[in-house]
Ligand binder design. Structure first.
Ligand SMILES: C[S@@+](CC[C@H](N)C(=O)[O-])C[C@H]1O[C@@H](n2cnc3c(N)ncnc32)[C@H](O)[C@@H]1O
Length: 247
């Protein structure tokens, strides 16, 4: 008779499964509170009624919906778009809406793996003062919107999504000035899908997008073309999407 798999075997099987899917599910657990908040907001604003009133098969853009809300905020269509994508990715909204440095830990992982890299960990003074020292890493305290230290490559992980397009442009301009002609700016952020798919990674991105909307004024996850537009405006001419860790 076959024995049930031991705990170790089960763990190996789980960790051997698709790590990205596991990561996406974990993100959904962490960010899960955004979903009921988005639903409540949609109900309180009457977004669902507006869609229902338009009738079956109606094609409403986020701008069409926002125009029927009492608010006059210019950002309303984008917020409606983000709420609708999240609800649609959970099949709660079946609609035809058209979608219009910290402490140096990450850098430490990189320099531990590649000791030939000398890294600068760059953040605000109030953060840098708590950063532990690591060999091969210099901590520099400054404001990235004022200037960025000159280096061959600049790594921005979960930074752009905190900021509006205007701020990102200022930062990317500073990065462009800070690297040589063959230098690189490596951005690690989520990419929002054009359609509201219901895959675990799409759900995790829509949840994160919702979190940014509530926690970081102007901050947002971006679509591919939005990244390209920002990078191009900042003077970069060779934009590549290299790795899709959560697909
Ligand atoms: C979301 S965290 C990302 C941290 C790190 N890249 C990571 O992935 O763990 C954003 C970081 O940007 C820093 N930051 C915010 N405004 C800044 C500024 N004006 N200049 C430099 N760093 C800034 C924050 O202190 C924070 O550590």
């Amino acid at each position: 008779m076959a024995m049930p798999p031991s705990i170790e075997t089960q763990q190996q099987e789980v960790s051997g499964e698709d790590d990205n899917e596991t990561y996406s599910f974990a993100s959904q657990l962490v960010l899960g509170t955004c979903l009921p908040m988005a639903l409540q907001t949609a109900c309180e604003l009457g977004i669902l009624e507006i869609i229902a009133k338009a009738g079956p098969g109606a094609k409403l853009s986020a701008t069409d919906i926002a125009a029927q809300l009492p608010t006059k905020s210019q950002g309303a269509p984008i917020m409606v778009d983000r709420i609708a994508r999240l609800l649609a990715s959970h099949n709660w909204l079946c609609c035809s809406v058209m979608w219009g440095g910290n402490l140096g830990i990450t850098l430490h992982y990189i320099t531990s793996e590649y000791p030939n890299i000398n890294g600068i960990n760059f953040d605000l003074p109030q953060v840098i003062q708590h950063a532990p020292s690591y060999s091969g890493i210099e901590h520099v305290a400054s404001d990235m919107f004022v200037n960025v230290p000159h280096r061959d490559a600049i790594f921005l992980k979960l930074v752009l999504h905190d900021w509006s397009d205007e701020k990102c442009l200022r930062l990317l301009n500073n990065c462009h000035k800070a690297i040589p002609n063959n230098g690189k700016v490596i951005v690690v952020d989520s990419v929002v899908l054009v359609m509201a798919e219901s895959t675990p990674s799409a759900k995790a991105t829509f949840l994160l997008n919702m979190l940014m909307m509530t926690q970081s004024p102007g901050g947002k996850e971006r679509k591919r073309e939005e990244f390209v537009a920002l990078a191009t405006k900042a003077g970069f001419n060779n934009v590549k999407f290299e790795c899709f860790d959560c697909d």
